[in-house]
Design a protein around this ligand. Structure first.
Ligand code: NCD
Ligand code: ZN
Length: 463
């Protein structure tokens, strides 16, 4: 059904198209699921014409950091609800983190997860593999052959060998626990990952520093004290040394602090092959919002001070940070209703990635930075730059039509994720996603989902 729809011809006519040479008025012709012409196109007989006058025509977003929770935690999310939210928000590829259960630490697990997602996903998906302290070179080679986009290491998160689960909190001494990956693990495996040509992503909080400041989280000040910015800066500096020595492309997930930004900038200046990601919650919020939002804004690493927030916005504007992803990490509303200490960390966000990024880019004086942050740079990081992230002939017709004159207010009842109350609840962005096309097939239009689950696994190109 979707394959047939994707094969038909569509002309998206008269919009302002974001092309590799910048924005311009153009028609976009789609045939067989790919972009065939960008320019002036005579109306072909039989083709469906979409009137995009007054609209932005943008490359679909690639969210490189989502947590589908599938398989493992159906009360939090699954590939169906995740990708419904993605389609509604203009995200046409989601890249799923490996901390599902069983964790994605071997080729067979990746293959099963891909098969499961294939039946439910409304947008395309790619999968990160997990780097554990027990991971071998053979594990990584197997994951790469199965299609992993890269590898994620959760510094300081232990692994339950019987439950096959990544654990953020655990009791030391439990014989079921494998030690968290450390800098030794990264140094041992970085050359293998470099040889495979894939990126190594890290959750950058130094476990020794977190351990030194651990405390009950009674107030938001406790959250900031328990996970200080120097933990992020130290982890980035150490991992960047390893990246520099091995040549592995290092991707810093969810940067949250001015200190972390300074460490990343220094490493880039010194020549380390680094890409840096931050998320809307760190760009829009600060500790001052806790009174209003409560546990909805409990995320790790934490949302910090206004000074950190402003530094991250500046780092993005200066191009030190190049990728905006969401760390879409839903939990159930019941779980989030617990105390600050008891509630799990994470917020949904995939549905508002594009609208919030366009608003931020507009405020910074160049709205066209947004497709670079959410589509072009993510495609390059993930090795998808040959098929996705660009509106040009030959690329997948993953296209989003945005109305720049109709604002979106973030309201829980319009969210398609299983956890509806996210950290951006109540905010207003001056853009709305009108239609999302996946390989030429309409997957969301005017607030409604369209078609069926036609999403496929996308693999990185060789480099
Ligand atoms: C993530 C999750 O819930 O999976 N939570 C979060 O606050 N970011 C895990 C993580 O990235 O730490
Ligand atoms: Zn993380």
């Amino acid at each position: 059904m979707t394959e047939r729809a994707a094969a038909s011809e569509i002309l998206i006519a008269g919009g302002t198209v974001y092309t590799p040479d910048g924005p311009r008025e153009a028609d976009v012709h789609i045939g067989g699921g790919v972009i065939t012409v960008v320019g002036e196109v005579p109306r072909p007989a039989g083709a469906k014409v979409v009137d995009a006058r007054g609209m932005y025509v943008l490359p679909g977003a690639i969210d490189v950091h989502v947590h589908s929770r599938d398989p493992g935690f159906p009360q939090k999310e699954d590939f169906g609800t995740l990708t419904a939210a993605a389609a509604a928000g203009g995200v046409t590829t989601v890249i799923d983190m490996p901390n599902t259960v069983p964790a994605v630490d071997a080729a067979g697990v990746l293959e099963s997860k891909s098969a499961l997602a294939r039946g439910k996903a409304r947008v395309d998906f790619a999968l990160w593999g997990l780097l554990r302290s027990g991971t071998t070179a053979e594990d990584l080679e197997g994951l790469a052959a199965a299609g992993a986009i890269g590898f994620k290491a959760y510094l300081g998160y232990a692994f339950s060998l019987t439950r096959k689960q990544v654990l953020s909190s655990y009791a030391l001494g439990d014989p079921d626990l494998e030690a968290p990956p450390d800098y030794g693990t990264l140094a041992r495996l970085a050359p293998v990952i470099a040889g495979l040509g894939l990126p190594l992503a890290i959750h950058a909080e130094d476990p020794a520093i977190l351990g030194a400041f651990r405390r009950p989280l009674e107030t938001y000040a406790d959250v900031l004290a328990a996970r200080p910015a120097e933990a992020e800066a130290v982890a980035i500096a150490a991992a960047a040394e390893i990246a520099g020595a091995s040549g592995v492309r290092l991707h810093i997930a969810h940067l949250s602090s001015a200190a972390g930004l300074a460490a990343a900038q220094e490493a880039i200046r010194a020549g380390a092959p680094l890409s840096v990601e931050t998320c809307p919650q760190y760009l829009w919020l600060s500790d001052e919002d806790f009174g209003r939002l409560g546990t909805a804004m409990k995320v790790f690493p934490p949302i910090r001070t206004t000074r950190d927030r402003d530094a991250l916005v500046d780092g993005l504007a200066r191009g030190v940070i190049t990728v905006v992803a969401t760390d879409h990490a839903p939990h159930s509303d019941e779980e989030k209703a617990a105390t600050l200490d008891g509630a799990p960390a994470g917020t949904p966000g995939v549905q508002t990635l594009y609208s919030s990024s366009l608003e931020l880019a507009r405020r910074l004086g160049d709205v066209w930075q947004a497709p670079r942050w959410v589509s072009e740079a993510p495609a390059a990081m993930a090795g998808l730059q040959e098929s996705k992230g660009t509106i040009a002939p030959g690329f997948d017709a993953d296209i989003v039509i945005v109305d720049p004159s109709q604002p979106t207010r973030v309201r829980a009842e319009q969210m398609r994720s299983r956890q509806r109350h996210g950290a951006l609840e109540g905010m207003e962005f001056g853009f709305s996603v009108r239609a999302t096309y996946l390989r030429g097939a309409l997957v969301a239009g005017d607030g409604r989902l369209q078609g069926r689950a036609g999403g496929r696994l996308v693999r990185p190109s060789k480099r």
